[in-house]
Design a binder for this molecule. Structure first.
Ligand code: ADP
Length: 565
């Protein structure tokens, strides 16, 4: 049994550890998920920035989409003959000429040494042809020079008829190539309109794409790192602070001196993620408490069941002994009487009273067992009648006067006059009183005090049975009404009993619509207080009750007479 008990504790501890472990793992996963959510939200923002820089790049040559399918040999021929490009390419040039991002469109045929000698170069005019001009900015020659150097190394394997090259943020050059000969036909160079670029285009796209209204969760700045100048910002209200920059993105092969710098402002993501984290933690906490509660409940129930089983086993052992003892005594006495061996009057009397008292003991025992069995089966029959509790108490005391005298019981009885009637079963009340009085004497010390009070209080009649006995420790108070429960101490060990009396009392009190409480202090004594509701419009009905019920001993005598005859 002991080993089983410690196994139970080990299992409970293992269960609790498992629940706590699982909870710990879940909390850890939730936090990891929370971190991942933030991380992936930032990764997503970085992708948005990269996509943004690609889009800007595309913006600079989108007007020339379609150039790839132009026939460069025809273009060359047309240009040499007329000074103009083929209609298809001219159309593209016209579109570009109308785009405010470019200042002008210049063309430097391959082999021209215009920039070296400061001689005129070709500029696209409103008449759709190229005209010579000597008034061109140095940035045109820089752009063309960079393109010329870069294309040289690519030309041998190049498959396409054009190549777009940037001079940082200053110009774009489209190199026109004859892919069959791997030769450059010329350079279309377009300086950027710096005013439009810096003051109009870039601020606009930044605010449009990452402006505060959309709440993208970040502030984005475009910074010229060579002279530490902010060119544009996504949120004019946000102040640039280098220390808060968490991510820097370069432009792909253009805007070499400019960088996109990002400060994440994840408040909304963090708030959303925190809210979901808290929600999950609360749900998990509740589930964990529920699980722990269920586990502890199951554990306690199992222990209770075990304790009950143990008590029942003890009870069976005791009860068998207690049933056999009076029977053996009665059997021996009866045998002696039947043999006619006992002639002496005094001995005959002794045998008779022995048989009688053992029979009473046996009957009480059997009655108790039957009461418990009936209560268990829900069959305790009560026959409520208007009853005067004071009268029942008096009659009980009368019947047991001799017993109290023998036991030196100090009686302290107080019964209110004009007690109202209550609607209860008289037999039940007698059993209740007899059990409580028995206990009061059983668990008394040297002073056998028995106080019985019957009084009216508000709409109730109270029956209080008090002793100055050993009392009951607080921890046991809630158990004493449980079937088979006995306080485990040296006195109880010496006192006969089976832990059934109080469970029968409680059952009977409740069947009669009453309630029972106990007030007790170890070594001071106990008071059992039973309360029954007053019968409405009741008057004192003492005489009525005494007539309505047939006293127990009378009915027993009748049974005996019938049996003997
Ligand atoms: P039992 O047959 O053991 O007396 P009961 O159901 O009548 O069974 O009582 C249950 C337990 O409650 C007893 O074993 C005893 O420990 C305690 N008890 C009951 N009445 C009293 C009392 N008046 N004073 C002290 N302890 C009591």
């Amino acid at each position: 049994m002991k080993r089983f008990g410690s196994l139970q504790w080990i299992l409970l501890a293992a269960g609790i550890i498992a629940i706590l472990g699982l909870t710990g793992m879940n909390v850890y996963s939730l936090y990891a998920l929370h971190e991942n959510t933030l991380e992936s939200s930032r990764e997503n923002k970085k992708l948005q920035i990269a996509e943004f820089t690609d889009k800007i790049r595309y913006r600079f040559f989108k007007k020339f989409i379609g150039l790839g399918s132009a026939d460069i040999n025809r273009l060359q021929e047309q240009f040499e003959n007329t000074g103009a490009f083929t209609p298809k390419v001219t159309k593209l040039l016209n579109k570009a000429a109308g785009d405010s991002i470019y200042d002008n469109i210049y063309f430097i045929p391959s082999g021209s040494d215009a920039c070296q000698t400061q001689s005129p170069i070709l500029q696209y005019s409103t008449e759709n042809i190229f005209e010579e001009t000597s008034d061109y900015p140095a940035v045109v020659c820089d752009g063309m020079g960079i393109a010329r150097t870069q294309i040289k190394s690519l030309l041998a394997d190049y498959q396409y008829n054009n190549k777009v090259l940037f001079d940082s943020h200053r110009s774009i050059t489209i190199v026109l190539i004859d892919p069959s000969q791997h030769e450059v036909f010329g350079y279309l160079t377009m300086p950027f309109n710096q005013d439009f670029l810096r003051n109009s285009y870039l601020p606009k796209v930044l605010t449009q794409r990452f402006g505060a209204e959309e709440y993208p969760g970040m502030n984005v700045w475009l910074r010229d790192w060579t002279n530490n100048e902010i060119i544009a910002s996504s949120n004019p209200n946000a102040t640039y602070d280098r220390k808060q920059i968490q991510f820097v993105q370069n432009f792909p092969d253009f805007f070499d001196y400019w960088k996109v710098e990002v400060a994440f402002t994840d408040e909304s993501t963090i708030a959303a993620s925190n809210a979901s984290l808290i929600k999950n933690l609360v749900v998990m906490g509740a589930a964990m408490l529920l699980l722990l509660g269920a586990l502890v409940f199951m554990f306690r129930s199992a222990r209770k069941e075990r304790a009950l089983a143990e008590r029942q086993a003890n009870f069976l052992a005791n009860v068998t002994h207690e049933l056999k003892t009076p029977l053996s005594v009665m059997q021996a006495a009866g045998e002696n009487l039947a043999d006619g061996r006992v002639q002496d009057q005094q001995r005959l009397k002794n045998y008779g009273s022995h048989i009688f008292s053992e029979a009473v003991r046996l009957r009480n025992m059997i009655d108790k067992l039957l009461d418990v069995a009936k209560a268990d089966a829900g069959e305790s029959l009560v026959n409520p009648q208007p009853t005067d509790i004071g009268e029942v108490v008096k009659s009980y005391l009368d019947k047991h006067q001799k017993f109290f005298q023998e036991k030196d019981v100090i009686l302290d009885i107080s019964i209110d006059k004009n007690l109202p009637a209550v609607n209860i079963d008289r037999n039940s009340l007698e059993t209740i009183i007899s059990n409580l009085v028995d206990n009061a004497i059983k668990y008394s010390t040297n002073e056998k005090y028995l106080g019985i009070r019957v009084l009216t209080q508000n709409d109730h009649v109270k029956l209080c049975i008090e002793d100055h006995g050993v009392g009951i420790a607080k921890k046991n108070l809630s158990n004493i009404f449980t079937k088979f429960f006995r306080v485990e101490d040296s006195l109880t060990a010496k006192t006969k009993g089976h832990g059934l009396g109080l469970s029968i009392v409680k059952n009977l009190v409740e069947l009669n619509s009453g309630s029972i409480e106990v007030e007790s202090n170890p070594n001071d004594g106990s008071t059992f207080i039973i309360t029954f509701p007053i019968l409405s419009d009741s008057a004192p009905k003492a005489s009525l009750n005494s007539l309505s019920t047939q006293p127990e001993s009378e009915s027993r005598n009748k049974e005996l007479e019938e049996h003997v005859s």
